[in-house]
Every structure is written in structure tokens, then in C-alpha cells.
Ligand binder design. Sequence first.
Ligand code: 5GP
Ligand code: ZN
Length: 132
Amino acid sequence: MCIFCDIIDHKIPSKTVYEDENVLAILDISQVTYGHTLVMPKKHFANIIEADEETAALCMKTAKRLAGKIMKNTGAAGINILTNCNEAAGQTVPHLHFHIIPRYDENDSLILRFDPSPEQDLDEVLKKITAE
Ligand code: 5GP
Ligand code: ZN
């Protein structure tokens, strides 16, 4: 039971932005900003970590291409491309997808804040995240 698999199988209607044998792009039902689009693989993977590299790359290739087209056609001033992985990162639908979110100005309806955490020992961080 996966809502995006049902959309891919045409069991649930959606607005198709782009489709090929591997990838589907649809309008997000919530439209965080005008033109908000979701790019997803037709094969089910829960998230980007679970997906194989080829599938993730195909989605990103499509997202890159659509981002340019959407920016041009909407006149957006910028664009965010992002994928949420797991609930902790805000993922609500457990089928890999990339959001393409056109940005009209810094005060539109998407809020992305990068607050620095308390000072970190970068050598320690580097050692930790690159450990085998
Ligand atoms: P997530 O929170 O997992 O990163 O993103 C899921 C997105 O899917 C949300 O932005 C939500 O609005 C969108 N969404 C959820 N259900 C549907 C649906 O039935 N149709 C479409 N087009 N979008 C959906
Ligand atoms: Zn699915």
C-alpha cells in the first residue's frame, strides 16, 4: 500500500508533468509554491538511502531538467530541489521523491532555515562521518 505507487499505476489521479519508463513527475497536491512538482521513480524505494544509485540518478537528471523548464515558465527567481528521508527529516510519503519548489522571493511560503548548532570539532565530525 503506497499512495505514490497507486498514482504511478493510475489508480489515483494526478497531474502529470513528465513521464518516461522509469520516472514520473507530478504536481504536488499541496503546492507549497506555484509550480511545486514531485519527481519519483516508478520502482518503489522507501527513500534515497534505500534506492539504487542508477534510480536516484535518473530522478535527479529529470529534476534538473524540469527545474530549468519550470523556472523559465513560471518566472521564478530561484528553485529548491530536495528529498526528505525518514520522518525525522519530514518525510510523509515513504516512496522516494524529489521536491522541485520554485522560489519567488525569500519570504514566500517555504521556510528553510540553516541555524548553526553549537560549535563542533570539525576534525572529529570528519572522522566520524567518513568512518568505514
Ligand atoms: P514528503 O513530506 O514525504 O517529503 O512529501 C510528500 C508530498 O506528497 C507532500 O508535499 C504532499 O503534499 C504530497 N502528496 C501527498 N499525497 C498526495 C497525492 O495524493 N497527490 C499528490 N499529487 N501529492 C500528494
Ligand atoms: Zn511506492
